[in-house]
Design a protein around this ligand. Structure first.
Ligand code: SAH
Length: 566
């Protein structure tokens, strides 16, 4: 919850705008300002104070305890011009909140945390538990001092300006080590604990066993990623509660699958109870990786038989492949999510001209692997190979990266040992449609006229089917210097089923600086005016030109019956 506090009428007006924008996220604190701030500080994860920074500093200073747990505090000035991230920039999320508040109120976000200002990811914002000298190592990174990365586990980190040797160290490990001086220890979620238990096992027994097993093996519980068990125990209260208290998900497998796993310590008891000779070892090993702690049993103070078993596996670092659509060209048609993925990647793979489009968004230290036209397969393979090494990789494409682009060749190469994240982008057909009017208001199809990878007979068959089905058609890759007869041929096929007056939209370089568009007709289109930077959208038999715009009606009964929601 975000607590809102104000003192003046202007402050209250801005406060009410924020409360109206985020009714479920905010709570207004009334009454004397000091009390209101103190109550909000105790009850909320975040505060927005429509007060001078000085006033807020004085009130919250005695309340501040630890930047990991304090609420994030944002101040908005009387004029509503600035949203200042005052405290808890990273841990309390105040930097992000200042940006959000700025968007709602039209205020400038003011962020002074150094790592944000110079565009380095804060060591406490990587999504991994962090221990040690965070402030010292962050300052060294900022000052350009040598900081060495010692990764004992491969894990996809965003780009950090690190070197092989240095007076400061970032250590990536799941082992139970104390951070040394000038050292930060990052905890990758690399450990999986398999759990087996008899019915009615107490949560304390499971928890005690898991914690002891990790500690005695010299492993950090902060690197625990998940508990695993057999389906039959998915609802076992002691296991469910242990997972909840450890803050990790519980992953379960059918006994049949577990019994197929080769394990060092099979036994008869689970075979009789749930139908597999191993639960703890088998379920953990199914997550991939090496067995660090073979099956061990819980110990009970009263000497009664153990009710729980566990086994610990270190799963291999999973690389991350983000397949990111950049949109048609304009920066404001690049989605915030695409931007976030670009900044998260340590390795960027793409066509050189697309890399140029977003180079300024990349973090310092990002490794860029660019190649020229035609190297699609190589790009796909490179991206997947880098992800398999445990890297955070972004593979980029214009428009949507899944439309006539890199997503399919890349995913055809990828195995299930990497995480894949897709970020949709505005594809050329949609960018062009928005410029033309509403040509895609009814059923439509995209067809690429490139016969480089697809035999012309297949393309022609699809054009013919679209013509017969009266679909609006958007042609991608319509014409290039070496490929000039395909577009006239495709248009001729459509013309067998549509009148010469059928509207046709031609959009070149949609949303780029030299954007141009024309509305013409099937009878009048001159294919020579079309090139590879263009899409051509041909209307169906109901499409009309209205006030210079291309409009395809929602349906023939639409006007009278008003069916549908919009
Ligand atoms: N993945 C891209 C399409 C790649 S195929 C997307 O989703 O948009 C390349 C073809 O897309 C080009 O030949 C052209 O027909 C079309 N195209 C891509 N960007 C365009 C733009 N900004 N304006 C017009 N056409 C575009």
């Amino acid at each position: 919850m975000i607590g809102l506090i104000s003192a003046t009428a202007a402050g209250a007006a801005a406060r009410d705008r924020l409360a109206a924008a985020w009714p479920d996220r905010t709570r207004v604190y009334e009454g004397p300002v000091g009390d209101a701030v103190r109550r909000a500080f105790a009850e909320c994860e975040q505060l927005v104070c429509f007060l001078a920074t000085g006033a807020v500093v004085r009130i919250v200073a005695p309340l501040l305890a630890d930047k990991a747990s304090d609420p994030g505090v944002v101040c908005v000035d009387e004029g509503g011009r600035f949203a200042v991230s005052l405290a808890g920039g990273h841990g309390g999320g105040a930097n992000e909140l200042a940006r959000e508040v700025g968007e709602v109120l039209g205020a400038e976000p003011v962020v002074t945390t150094a790592t944000d200002a110079v565009d380095l990811p804060g060591l406490d914002t990587l999504g991994l538990p962090v221990e040690g000298d965070v402030a010292g190592v962050s300052r060294a990174l900022l000052d350009g001092e040598a900081v060495a990365l010692r990764a004992e586990v491969a894990w996809p980190l965003p780009p950090l300006p690190v070197t092989a040797e240095g007076a400061y160290t970032i250590r990536l490990t799941d082992r139970l080590v104390e951070a040394a001086e000038r050292e930060v220890v990052l905890r990758p979620p690399s450990l999986v604990v398999g759990v087996g238990a008899s019915s009615g096992v107490p949560a304390e027994e499971v928890l005690g066993l898991v914690e002891t097993a990790l500690r005695e093996a010299g492993l950090s519980a902060r690197s625990l990623a998940e508990l695993t068990t057999v389906d039959a125990k998915a609802g076992e209260p002691g296991i469910v509660e242990a997972a909840r208290r450890l803050g990790v998900p519980l992953v379960t497998y059918p006994a049949r699958e577990l019994s197929g796993v080769e394990v060092p310590n099979p036994s008869d008891a689970p075979l009789a109870a749930v139908g597999t000779p191993s639960v703890a070892e088998a379920s953990a090993l199914l997550r991939g990786g090496e067995l660090l702690v073979p099956k061990r049993k819980s110990e009970r103070a009263d000497g009664t038989p153990a009710m729980a078993t566990c086994a610990v596996v270190r799963r291999p670092g999973r690389g991350r492949l983000a397949v990111v659509g950049l949109g048609p060209g304009a920066r404001d048609l690049l989605t915030p999510r695409a931007k976030a993925e670009l900044r998260r990647a340590a390795v960027l793979v793409g066509l050189d001209q697309y890399v140029d489009q977003i180079r300024d968004l990349l973090r310092p230290g990002t490794r860029i692997l660019e190649s020229g036209l035609g190297a699609e397969e190589e790009r796909a393979r490179t991206a997947v190979e880098e992800a398999r090494k445990g890297q955070a990789v972004a593979l980029i494409g214009s428009g949507d990266a899944g439309v006539y682009a890199m997503a399919s060749p890349a995913l055809a190469e990828a195995s299930d040992d990497i995480d894949v994240v897709g970020v949709p982008g505005v594809t050329a057909a949609l960018a062009a449609a928005a410029i033309l009017g509403a040509p895609l208001g009814h059923d439509h199809v995209s067809i690429s006229l490139s016969d480089l990878h697809t035999p012309w007979e297949v393309i022609e068959r699809r054009v013919r089917a679209a013509a017969e089905a009266d679909l609006v058609v958007t042609f991608y890759n319509p014409r290039s210097r070496g490929r000039d007869w395909q577009l006239p041929k495709a248009l001729a096929i459509l013309a067998e089923h549509r009148k010469p007056q059928t509207p046709v939209g031609v959009v070149r370089n949609a949303s780029r600086p030299d954007e141009s568009s024309r509305l013409t007709t099937l009878g009048a289109l001159d294919p020579a005016t079309v090139d590879m930077m263009t899409v051509v959208t041909v209307g169906n038999t109901a499409t009309r030109e209205i006030a210079g715009r291309m409009v395809t009606p929602r349906g023939y009964r639409w006007q009278t019956a008003q069916e549908g929601a919009e």
